[in-house]
Structure formats: C-alpha cells, structure tokens
Write a protein that binds this ligand. Structure first.
Ligand code: NI
Length: 167
C-alpha cells in the first residue's frame, strides 16, 4: 500500500539539496515512486520531485491528465533547450509553496531524456504543459525553486508568510 509522505515547505533548507543520480532500479525505488504519486494525488498536485519529500535522488512523478489517471515517472531526467524555442509564460504553482502562484518564463521547446522505473532510456520532444512542468521539477532536483525566478522582495514576503503558517 502506498503511503502519504510529508512535503517540505519553503524555506526549508532541505529543498536546496542537489539530488543524486539514481543507479539502482529496485523495489525500494518503485515503492518510493508509488508513495510520491499517492502524496501528489492527495495534495492535488500535478508534479512532485523526490527532493520535496526529503529524498535526494533524481526521481520525479507527474500526472497532467484531467482525469488524474495518467501517472508518469521520470528518473534521471535531463533536457536540452532546442534552438527554435520561444519563451513561454505560465502561471506555476508548487506543493512546497502552498497558496502562491507565480508567472514564470521558460523555453517552450526542449529535448527530454529520462529513464523509466525499470531503467530503460527514453528520449522525447514534449509539448505543452509537460515542457513547463518537467523544467519546474528538474529545478527541484537541483535545489532550485520557482521563487528564485521572482523578485527578492516578493520572495521574502512569501517566505515570511509560509514561516508563520507552517512552523
Ligand atoms: Ni514545485
């Protein structure tokens, strides 16, 4: 049975750790991925990085479907920005920054490489929401948060509000 994990809330310093590459594709990886999916669904999120549940490995789960029936797992994901990209604005949210949405600008065309739960390699040129979401989640694995893209003033305001609410 999958269990709900605790999600770290900004400005928890553990959100700043850089995650390590996954090298072992075993049962414990599978069970962590399932627990993360459960946690993401309960929190009503569309993506969750292992960093956010204080596990510092390069693992992301996601479900971009409206029906919430299309769970996806990305392991060791990396991306290249394609030459013909444009910048694309999207209002992003984050389960580690509850209650705040910010408009973030990111490139709209990438080539994405990842491994699945069995360790098989995949490569794809995603479109739409997946492009934005995967960049947001890979940022988490690198200790980066969407608040790093906004002004320090705004970021400080979010920090003090969340500190008051969650500690
Ligand atoms: Ni996030």
């Amino acid at each position: 049975m999958a269990k709900k994990l605790k999600i770290l809330i900004f400005p928890d310093p553990r959100l700043r750790k850089v995650a390590k590459k996954v090298t072992k594709f075993d049962k414990s990886l599978e069970s962590l991925a399932n627990d993360m999916l459960e946690t993401m669904y309960i929190a009503n999120g569309i993506g969750l990085a292992a960093t956010q549940v204080d596990r510092h490995i390069r693992l992301i789960v996601m479900d971009l479907s409206e029906e919430r029936d299309d769970p996806r797992i990305f392991i060791n994901p990396t991306f290249k920005i394609l030459k013909n990209h444009k910048l694309f604005e999207f209002e992003e949210g984050c389960l580690s920054i509850p209650g705040f949405n910010e408009t973030i600008t990111r490139p709209d065309k990438i080539e994405l490489t990842w491994q699945d739960i069995k360790g098989n390699q995949h490569i794809d040129k995603p479109e739409g929401l997946l492009t934005v979401c995967i960049q947001h989640e890979i940022d988490h694995l690198d200790g980066k948060l969407m608040v790093d893209y906004i002004s320090a003033l705004k970021r400080d305001r979010i920090r003090s509000k969340l500190l008051k609410e969650y500690t």
